[in-house]
Design a protein around this ligand. Sequence first.
Ligand code: PMP
Length: 457
Amino acid sequence: MTTASPSPAAPDPQRGAAVKAADRAHVFHSWSAQELIDPLAVAGAEGSWFWDYDGNRYLDFASQLVNTNIGHQHPKVVAAIQEQAGRLATLAPGFAVDVRSEAARLIAELTPGDLDKVFFTNGGAEAVENAVRMARLHTGRHKVLSAYRSYHGATAAAINLTGDPRRWPSDTGAAGVVHFWGPCAYRSAFHAADEAQECERALAHLADVIAFEGPQTIAAIVLETVVGTAGVLIPPAGYLAGVRELCDRYGIVFVLDEVMAGFGRTGRWFAADHWGVVPDLLTFAKGVNSGYVPLGGVAISEKIAATFATRAYPGGLTYSGHPLACAAAVATITAMREERIVEHAAEIGERVLGPGLREIAERHPCVGEVRGLGVFWALDLVKDKETREPLVPYNAAGADNAPMADFAAACKRRGLWPFVNMNRTHVVPPCTITEAEAKEGLAVLDEALSAADAHCR
Ligand code: PMP
């Protein structure tokens, strides 16, 4: 990569080897066969970049699990954490703390409608768990509906709600969890001809599921506003409003999961803002403080909050609203406002990433569809543009996944860290990515996609 970028300290391969050896000996990694992985030892990071101990730099086109919306090591966020650690490093959730109150006030101000109270968690899955608990207690019902194409986290309720194959090994078949098909015109479950028909049929399907499950048994519908890990699926115009209407008609709590889509990723503070839809509960995490300290939460509407006005909410977490995490959130949100980072994400998506990716798609037989908004894009890779057969089989592993593995390796060799999931690569850099960095990253993708083209029919 040639773009101006932060210079790492002098390479120190010996230290890198020691870090890696200790990692291999003692760290048990997520989602991995422990002996088949080779994690990169990272020495440092800044802005859109991180680097290893051997002197290799990577442009972070994955934002560390779609997380560092403000980029790495933002000085104002780092300083706020340091200042808070020096002043009051921890306090139990039962106390009022200035940074916690301020973080909640800012989040209430930014979230749509009357989502004016915030329950803090340590991450996204816990936010989903608590949203489901709130919905069940509010309605006195037990069923929860979620989409097949979804990811909601890896804890008990969240993994059962998740629709994608990561659910399979942990699926307890939890009573009351019902999956349905959300809209995805490119891979339509309804054989729809276009977006409008997809929307109409997806809503009719959901109405049927509700009718056959029994509306009086359904506590909540949980949806990602823009589906993230399962494909960056932008809902067609009218879909979210239609779900809102169904929820209102049957007294079902509408939960929008904005853990990935929230805090600027789509070029608006919340993805729901694109469609003017207000849920009853909104879950967030990741971008709220760019992951500098673990934080998530549920933004709660007046109606749901009222349920717990004189009746105790039976849930809590030792680290709920941790002062360091809240200090990071206040600093992140403030910096995003001052530096107009959300507006920048919208602009770079509309002017650079979107057009750049569409142009790339024309050149490569393996790119079936380009979808996205802001700094939230996916390339759906196919064997054949006509049949839309995915480039690798659903949930492929090992040799079956070679086309995607070849593509990822080609990116990394060229100094770009990609986000790869099943037959897709997602383009999810920090919201702060510069135009020059975005263009350089697109050029690398363009070259690396040739590795995937080689596997087309
Ligand atoms: N919901 C969505 C939409 C997510 O993308 C994720 C994480 N990728 C989660 C929930 C779970 O968040 P966490 O990993 O912080 O528990």
